[in-house]
Design a protein around this ligand. Sequence first.
Ligand code: TYD
Length: 228
Amino acid sequence: MSRGKFITFEGGEGVGKTTQIRHLSKRLNAEGIETIHSREPGGSCGAEAVRHVLLSGMAQEIGMSPAGEAILFAAARADHVDTTIRPALKDKIWVLCDRFMDSTRVYQGEADNVEPKLIDSLEKLAIDGMVPDLTFILDLRADIGLERANKRRAEGESADRFERETVAVHTKRRQAFLKLAQRDPKRCKIIDASQTEEEIAYDIWSIVKDELLSDKQNKSKSKSKTKG
Ligand code: TYD
């Protein structure tokens, strides 16, 4: 294997991304594949600092526009890609990331109406070619996801700036994720997140095996190599 694989997990609030990353990580480790579990915004020192500004609501309170927030998400992403993701993949470590570029497309682009041109330019700058090998979109009704996210939150902890929005906004985001998956079905796989934890983990593992670990995949890679 020339480099590790990059897999991202996307979806609305409370869809179970973190739990599923843990399941996949265990399965991969059992196959002898080293993994890291990262997240956005965050995943590197610089990006974690920006995370606080974005999620505490500080950016919004000081009157920053959705475009300004998109720029901050991109700055955090650029640092994450450079200092965490790219070096890990180079060391043949697989990176499993909780949210990535598709969250910006959906949260800032589709739901917050930031200009598509700006979203595209920021994405190019931030990821610098680092497109995920696979993206799982965990799909769940927005009201169910929000209820789960509310339950999961520790006592005394308040909802973050994005969780505080209405069910209608969350539903718009869900539709945007589905639309995005339809546009890029090769990379983006929709997973029914209303199933049990084990069923979801099974679906994800089947796809990873088929798309990234199977002989078929390795053979087609070596064929394309010999074709030059
Ligand atoms: P987080 O606490 O990581 O929650 P979750 O479990 O929902 O992933 O919060 C991240 C929040 O930031 C989430 O509400 C989505 C939002 N977000 C964006 O708006 N744009 C982005 O590009 C990213 C990565 C996240």
